[in-house]
Write a protein that binds this ligand. Structure first.
Ligand code: GLY
Length: 422
């Protein structure tokens, strides 16, 4: 089977590595990729938001399966076009991708499916903003305002703050840019990312993971696309994964089927484990980044077979995924000024060790590896437990040089130290 992977991040680098370990996969291509993926796959520079270009490339490389990594092509209907061309595609239709692309659609589906989530309100008129902020205000300051862009914002459209002025400023700037604002109640409790392979009504969970979205140690600073992740979660009882599947993901998948928008691909439930049980923070319609880098490091089953089964409606008959013992930690090395406008073009050295996945990297004309985006590398360490996996990831980072770069030093630390409990 030849697999074409669409995307250019460390998530796609991780997908390609796992696909190459599958004996049923005899070739991999990627578009547009990065400097790391160029070393392990045939790489093509196409516009991945163009359905015509992706279909033409899939035909040209003889792809038996197309795996679409990022949300933007999915929301634009690229998976629909690939399927219409008679090629199996891992990724939902444009209709089903609204579970990520429109927060309002997601809320409607969750409400119909009876799934616990934050209460919310959409504000599209600046004149209504102050009254809405008052309705969502944190009682006694112990909670926070959650202000989101009602659309795709790569994680950076979210501000969670106890400061009303900050909440108001963020909401006002979104409205000024013409983006409706979603105000949500704050969900307490540790967060979990549960990725599920979904094909219609069939739901197969992968290992639960947790990502760290704030830029700084101790969950400080602005939100980012994700600064690191670890799996599995020693503080999460196994029955909680079953509960999340039974109470949340399966009812949502069934509701999408009922609406004629059946989901096929990876349904990512972002959850808070509250005192009243698991509740949805958001759904995404694709593998998460950087959790995928950690989760796939522990996958012991052939990834291509699993993705093809989901893409072709055969997931219910596929063997359940097997996992290696131990833990995996991924730490993102980010460019100077990320998550603001990152400095790019800096030379990177020491990035050729095993476990170094590329995201914002490119080759300069002279062959030097340089930074080309905000999240530059995702370094993955594995070990017998979280402490060992952390040690492995940070040892690899020690030998990487990228001027101005920064990374969090506490990925997985609280869990390794037994400081997270339900
Ligand atoms: N881990 C956050 C995301 O993939 O959206």
């Amino acid at each position: 089977m030849h697999v074409l992977v669409i995307g250019s991040g460390a998530r796609e680098h991780a997908l390609l590595l796992a696909l190459r370990r599958d004996p049923g996969v005899d070739g991999v291509s990627v578009a547009p990729g990065n400097a790391g993926t160029a070393a392990i796959a045939d790489q093509y520079d196409v516009d991945v938001t163009s359905a015509d270009e992706v279909v033409a490339l899939a035909r040209r490389v003889g792809a038996d399966l197309v795996v679409i990594g990022p949300e933007v092509p999915l929301v634009l209907g690229v998976a629909d076009a690939v399927r219409a061309a008679g090629i199996a595609c891992f990724g939902p239709t444009r209709d089903a991708a609204r579970i990520e692309g429109s927060k309002a659609f997601a809320k409607d589906v969750m409400s119909a499916a009876g799934v616990r989530t934050a209460t919310s309100e959409i504000v599209d008129n600046p004149a209504h903003l102050d009254a809405a902020l008052d309705r969502f205000g944190p009682p006694a300051g112990e909670q926070a305002w959650v202000v989101k862009d009602d659309g795709l914002a790569a994680g950076k459209g979210v501000v969670v703050t106890g400061d009303r002025d900050l909440a108001r400023a963020h909401a006002a700037s979104l409205l000024e840019a013409g983006h409706p604002v979603l105000l949500e109640s704050f969900l307490d409790g540790p967060e979990v990312s549960l990725f599920c392979l979904v094909d219609g009504d069939t739901v197969v969970p992968l290992l639960p993971a947790q990502d760290s979205k704030r830029v700084g140690d101790g969950d400080t600073g602005p939100n980012t696309g994700g600064m690191g992740a670890y799996t599995p979660l020693p503080w999460l009882p196994a029955e909680m994964t079953t509960r999340i599947v039974d109470e949340i993901v399966t009812p949502v998948a069934a509701e999408l089927v009922r609406r004629g928008s059946a989901f096929s691909g990876l349904l990512y439930a972002g959850l808070a484990i509250t005192s009243r049980g698991p509740a949805v923070v958001e759904f995404n319609c694709r593998f998460g980044d950087p959790e995928t880098q950690a989760v796939l490091a522990l996958l012991d089953s052939p990834l291509g077979a699993l993705l093809r089964a989901a893409a072709t409606g055969e997931l219910a008959a596929a063997p359940a995924p097997r996992w290696r013992d131990g833990a995996a930690v991924t730490v993102v090395v980010a460019a100077e000024n990320y998550p603001g406008r990152p400095r790019v073009g800096d030379v990177i050295t020491g990035a050729d060790a095993d476990g170094v996945l590329h995201a914002g990297t490119a080759r300069r004309d002279d062959g030097a590896l340089v930074s080309s985006g905000g999240r530059v590398l995702s370094v993955v360490g594995t070990g017998a437990d979280l402490a060992a996996a952390r040690a492995s990831a940070y040892a690899i980072i020690d030998s990487i040089r990228l001027p101005g770069s920064h990374f969090r030093t506490d990925i997985g630390l609280a869990a390794a130290d037994g400081e997270i409990s339900l």
